[in-house]
Design a protein around this ligand. Structure first.
Ligand code: FAD
Length: 463
């Protein structure tokens, strides 16, 4: 089993299909194989199947991580042919039909007849990786919890500080990138200020909170364009978000960002304690390994240029789907990952001939802006406002895994969108509570030196 330990390819254990990842692409493949009774091993470095489209609701206290990230092992438990392993796949040996993965501090080699990679993507910083250290992202459960803690911290400290400049910076949020993630976060933070914090902290008014959404293109949600982008911008601005278009963020530090507008050659600095980066994606590391081992080309962001049947490089038994690949300029979104995963499963099961080209079924696209406002495009039909918002909730509810999670989501949405509740801020606030005159690290401070030390301090840990 541990051929990789010895440096030789000594593949003792084999299975029919190895699936790497536990996101949309991997789960779609796994479900089809599971129902067909084909033995497979699914290896993922995370135990959960993360429903990323609802992550912003974890960051803003509407839902808990458990509701958007059920255990992949539990989802597949009823299938005896499914074997789920927690591990990180670090190498592939295509000529030996084997992958190498790390689990429990050891390296293992596992042979396959077919390999399906769906390892997704992470934030891209376009050559400025140092931005990762001073910004907040929204890709994983940990990212969402970290951002939620930061939001709570900022409001809590703005409520207690007597330094007006520090208060202003605590209540300033910059969101970089006006794609779906940036738009939904910008809209939600402003809404949080108005409908939650301003209600419970009487000295904080919604207008004290500034949210600046910065986008390099000349419109928000650029892939939608036209009326839908214009509506989204207007809805954001009506909700109090400052939208800055045609502008790049050229520098970021712990206390703010520098914005540069190429057309006017203007540059300005915004001071803010919270900068959220949602400006693009790049494939996770395993895509690079696959590219190197199989000779597959990659495009910008390290995404694999797969063939139209999702095969990788020269190998007709290695497939890659989802955010880690690019095909026909299709959007890196969950329908592409799920449909790709199912297509590959059908190929493996012999339900379609090997080499069958993938046909994408465009079921429409949608994006949420804030409470009661969203946009939807299905074919030539374009919807905006409340109807689009209801559709967004309904579609996302349908794809959420598990009856219990769906039920809790509906209850939480009623509380948050009809009422003023943010059930999952209560836990964060509990953990954020510190004794008077003490920092979270336990060091006594006075009000005057609290502000500078806080800026370099790690956010408070939530329960
Ligand atoms: C905040 C946010 C909002 C979004 N909103 C929408 C939306 O509204 N609509 C929409 O259609 N799409 C949306 N998306 C995009 C959608 O979530 C992705 O397109 C989709 O998750 C891609 O699926 P995937 O299977 O390719 O990758 P992922 O779902 O990212 O899964 C990748 C998996 O691979 C695992 N992994 C990575 N590397 C390794 C390794 N070396 N070994 C083992 N396992 C590994 C990870 O742990 C993870 O389980 C959103 C994304 C984000 C981040």
């Amino acid at each position: 089993m541990d051929g990789a330990d010895t440096g030789k390819t000594n593949v003792i254990e084999r299975t029919e299909v190895v699936i790497v990842g536990s996101g949309f692409g991997a789960l779609a493949t796994a479900k089809k194989l599971a129902k067909a009774g084909t033995p497979f091993v699914l290896i993922s470095e995370t135990t959960e199947h993360l429903f990323q489209p609802l992550l912003y609701q974890v960051a803003t206290g509407v839902l808990s991580p458990g509701e958007v990230a059920p255990s992949i092992r539990a989802i597949l438990a009823k299938y005896p042919n499914a074997d789920v392993r927690l591990g990180r796949v670090v190498d592939v040996l295509p000529d030996d039909n084997a992958v190498v993965y790390e689990a429990g501090g050891r390296r293992h080699t596992l042979g396959y007849t077919h390999l399906v990679a769906a390892t997704g993507a992470r934030q891209a910083y376009f050559g400025r990786d140092e931005f990762a250290d001073v910004t907040y992202a929204l890709k994983t459960v940990e990212d969402a919890e970290r951002l939620r803690r930061q939001i709570v911290r900022c409001f809590e400290e703005a409520h207690t500080t007597t330094d007006p400049e520090f208060r202003k910076n605590l209540l300033s949020f910059v969101v970089v990138g006006a794609g779906p993630t940036g738009v939904e976060l910008a809209g939600q933070i402003k809404e949080l200020a108005r409908r939650y914090f301003a209600e419970s902290m009487h000295d904080i008014k919604a207008d004290d909170v500034t949210v600046t959404l910065v986008e390099g293109a000349d419109k928000v949600l650029p892939p939608f364009g036209g009326k839908l982008s214009a509506y989204s911008q207007e809805a954001l601005e009506k909700g109090g978000v400052e939208v800055v278009l045609g502008t790049m963020v050229t520098d970021i530090d712990e206390h703010g960002a520098t914005l540069s507008t190429p057309t006017t050659e203007e540059s300005r600095r915004i001071t803010a304690e919270t900068i959220i980066w949602s400006a693009g994606i790049q494939a996770n590391d395993f895509a690079g390994v696959l590219a190197e081992r199989t000779g597959c080309d990659t495009v910008r962001g390290g995404r694999l240029l797969v063939d139209n049947d999702f095969t990788v490089g020269r190998y007709d038994n290695i497939f890659a789907v989802g955010d880690m690949v690019t095909l026909d300029n299709l959007p890196a979104q969950s329908p592409f990952a799920m449909q790709g995963g199912r297509h590959v499963a059908k190929t493996i099961l012999g339900k379609i001939p090997a080499g069958t080209a993938f046909q994408y079924r465009d079921k429409g696209s949608m994006a949420i802006i804030n409470r009661f406002r969203a946009i939807t495009r299905v074919g030539k039909i374009e919807l905006t406002g409340f109807i689009a918002w209801i559709l967004w909730l309904a579609v996302h509810l349908m794809y959420l895994v598990g009856f219990r999670n769906r039920y809790i989501a509906v209850m939480s949405w009623c509380g948050s969108f009809l009422g003023h509740r943010r059930p999952h801020f209560y836990y964060a606030q509990e953990a954020a509570r510190v004794p008077a005159g003490a920092t979270n690290s336990g060091v006594d401070v006075t009000e005057t030196d609290a502000a500078p030390s806080e800026k370099s301090r790690e956010p408070v840990h939530a329960a």
